[in-house]
Design a protein around this ligand. Structure first.
Ligand SMILES: Cc1cc2nc3c(=O)[nH]c(=O)nc-3n(C[C@H](O)[C@H](O)[C@H](O)COP(=O)(O)O)c2cc1C
Length: 392
């Protein structure tokens, strides 16, 4: 299977699934080594402090079973640093390996997945995985198509975070819409102030209880719903992004659209630009009296122009679809019998993915931004560009 590495200079490679470890339960193998998730983070600068607790803090945002909005699965998501870090928790420059063993691989769950392993579960990846991997498809808990896979991304993103923190680049993700209920727009400072102030991590404290009440109603009805995650990337210097194929908006989109259940992405004014006049859409510039440098009055561009960061904050919105697993009977073909069928209601499910997906979005944005920063700095270091351009 290809496609499990992201990044060029700062690079994460992940592996692991939900339940494949159930087939390796054997005496003599410690249960932490039956199966789980791994990330290898390459390109980590030497001398960065990384502890398991720092990584754990990010993983704890994503793990299920924390709020009534999540599925009752008991994945503890405990991580262990395996390599690349030495005395005083400092990186050596070698790849940082992080292991997250699966501890919720009970045979009873495997049995449940076996019961409907030939069904084309609506909204899930089975049909396409069968077409690509045939009889070798991992059918226990959706294999690599499971949201479980994203724990390794969060661990990799936690390593990027330690590097970005010392440079002063902050990435925050939060919820701005759930099932049609919209939060009011917030500044970076407002979002930061109310970050994780409620189960949904919606910084609009008036809209959040309405969203949560609505999600719980949807959950009671056996259904699920989606919404919008917004990301702000603050402190990005102008000049990141490699035209033409590795434009910054393109690589961020690649990073973020690779997350399961993300169905749309917008930068700045996003799809609204289609309805604007040019004079309205253009971000006009001025000389900032404080810094003496170019700044922009508005940010319809979302912080990226010509595929290169312009020094404004990068604003991204991501459409998250409703959780595919629902407790509502749905039509599903049985591919073994090649018959139409009905998939019975499934109980363990997240009523919404919003409360768990935003840390994954933060992690992938961090990896993409750090990779772009390293590329831009490497390029600049070998050019003959007049330093006067650093002053505009
Ligand atoms: C963090 C995270 C958790 C997820 N948890 C679930 C889940 O519990 N149940 C489910 O049906 N889908 C879940 N998904 C979504 C599926 O993985 C995804 O919708 C499915 O593989 C089909 O891929 P696509 O929606 O990107 O086309 C989760 C996704 C993420 C990112």
């Amino acid at each position: 299977m290809m496609g499990n590495t992201f990044g060029k200079l700062f690079r994460i490679t992940t592996c692991g699934e939900s339940y494949s470890g159930c087939f390796r339960k054997k005496p003599g193998i410690p249960k932490e080594l039956y199966g789980g998730l791994l990330v290898i983070v390459d390109g980590v600068p030497a001398g960065i402090k990384i502890t398991a607790e720092m990584v754990q803090a990010e993983l704890d945002k994503r793990k299920p079973g924390q709020t009534p909005l999540d599925s009752p699965r008991l994945e503890k998501d405990i991580c262990y640093i395996f390599s690349g870090v030495m005395e005083n928790d400092l990186t050596t420059g070698a790849p940082v390996g992080i292991v997250i063993p699966n501890n919720d691989i009970e045979d009873i769950h495997v049995g449940q997945y076996r019961d409907y392993k030939d069904s084309i579960r609506p909204g899930h990846a089975e049909y396409c995985y069968f077409k690509k991997y045939g009889e070798f498809t991992d059918w226990v808990g959706a294999g690599r198509a499971s949201g479980r896979e994203t724990a390794s991304r969060v661990a990799g993103g936690a390593v990027a975070k330690q590097v970005l923190d010392q440079i002063g680049i902050d990435v925050i993700g939060f919820i701005t819409e759930s099932h049609g209920i919209k939060a009011k727009p917030v500044t970076y400072e407002e979002a930061k102030k109310n970050y994780r102030a409620n189960e949904l991590n919606c910084p609009d404290l008036e809209a959040a209880p309405k969203m949560i009440e609505d999600i719980l109603k949807v959950k009671d009805s056996g259904d699920t719903c989606g919404g919008v995650v917004e990301l702000i990337i603050k402190g990005v210097p102008a000049g990141l992004g490699e035209p033409v194929f590795d434009r910054l908006d393109a690589t961020l989109s690649h990073a973020l659209m690779s997350i399961g259940a993300i169905k749309g992405i917008e930068f700045g004014a996003g799809f609204e630009v289609a309805r604007m006049a040019g004079s309205q859409c253009n971000d006009e510039s001025y000389v900032d009296p404080e810094t003496g440098r170019v700044a922009f009055y508005t940010n319809n561009a979302g912080g990226v122009l010509g595929g290169i960061s312009n020094g404004s904050e990068i604003r991204i919105r991501l459409a998250v679809k409703p959780t595919p697993t629902v407790s509502v009977p749905q039509k599903a073909v049985d591919v073994e019998k090649m018959e139409d069928g009905i998939l019975e209601p499934i109980t363990r499910r997240d009523a919404t993915l919003l409360s768990r997906i935003y840390p994954v979005c933060e992690a992938m944005a961090r990896v993409a931004i750090l990779d772009a920063l390293m590329a831009a700095n490497a390029y600049r270091s070998v050019t003959n560009i007049d330093p006067k351009w650093d002053k505009i």
